[in-house]
Design a protein around this ligand. Structure first.
Ligand SMILES: N[C@@H](CCC(=O)N[C@@H](CS)C(=O)NCC(=O)O)C(=O)O
Length: 205
């Protein structure tokens, strides 16, 4: 399988973490939406990453759809996402908050970096960043309760929370000044010691 995109993208990184945790072999093609638009357009008509090219050539787009397939393929025990009921809803809820933080943080980064300076509207950037802050605070509250966000082992909720936290540290570090989310930061530190997380930290160059 080929994973399209760089781990700078939180959506790509969380997909790479799932691939590694499930020990599914893949190679990564580090295309960037800023520099490799034409190549990405051949793979995904809406020109976004990640995409996953399966061994038979079928292409999956969007991290949610990709991870859905990966779980079906490599997680028969439903370890990363419970199969049904309140447990599944709880993990999906926390995972969605983490995913929402990623979306809003990407959006704030585009607002700040992809517009000419005089066209940046601070009011909107502040609104988007307040959504990032709301999500991080909710994840921190959940992280303060126990070692994992839900249950007694790592799930998709923890993966998303850690990736959302780390992406915020890269894209909007001022939102993490003075360690406002200590339980989330501690969860990130613990998870980042695991190979699947450590090996997917984005290295520029
Ligand atoms: N919902 C999508 C979001 C993917 C996404 O927004 N990726 C960003 C990179 S971090 C992207 O491709 N941006 C280019 C664009 O949206 O034009 C997912 O979960 O995969």
């Amino acid at each position: 399988m080929k994973l399209i995109g760089r781990n700078l993208s939180p959506f790509v990184r969380r997909t790479a973490i799932v691939l590694k945790l499930l020990k599914l072999p893949y190679e990564q093609v580090g295309l960037s939406t800023a520099d490799d638009t034409a190549e990405i357009a051949k793979i995904n008509p809406v020109v976004r990453v990640p995409s996953l090219v399966l061994n038979d050539g079928e292409i999956l787009v969007d991290s949610n759809a990709i991870i859905d397939h990966l779980l079906e393929l490599g997680d028969p025990e439903h370890s990363l996402l419970p199969s049904r009921g309140p447990e599944r809803r709880a993990v999906l809820r926390l995972a969605a908050i983490g995913h929402g933080v990623m979306e809003k943080c990407v959006s704030s980064s585009y607002e700040r970096n992809r517009r000419p300076k005089e066209k940046v509207f601070d009011g909107w950037v502040n609104q988007v960043e307040s959504q990032v802050v709301g999500g991080l605070a909710a994840l921190n509250e959940a992280a303060a309760k126990d070692d994992f966000l839900y249950g007694d082992h790592l799930t998709l909720a923890d993966i998303n929370a850690v990736v959302a936290h780390d992406f915020t540290a890269t894209a909007a570090p001022y939102l993490l000044k003075d360690n406002p989310y200590p339980a989330l930061a501690a969860l990130a530190q613990r998870c980042n010691e695991r190979p699947a997380f450590a090996e997917t930290v984005f290295k520029p160059g």
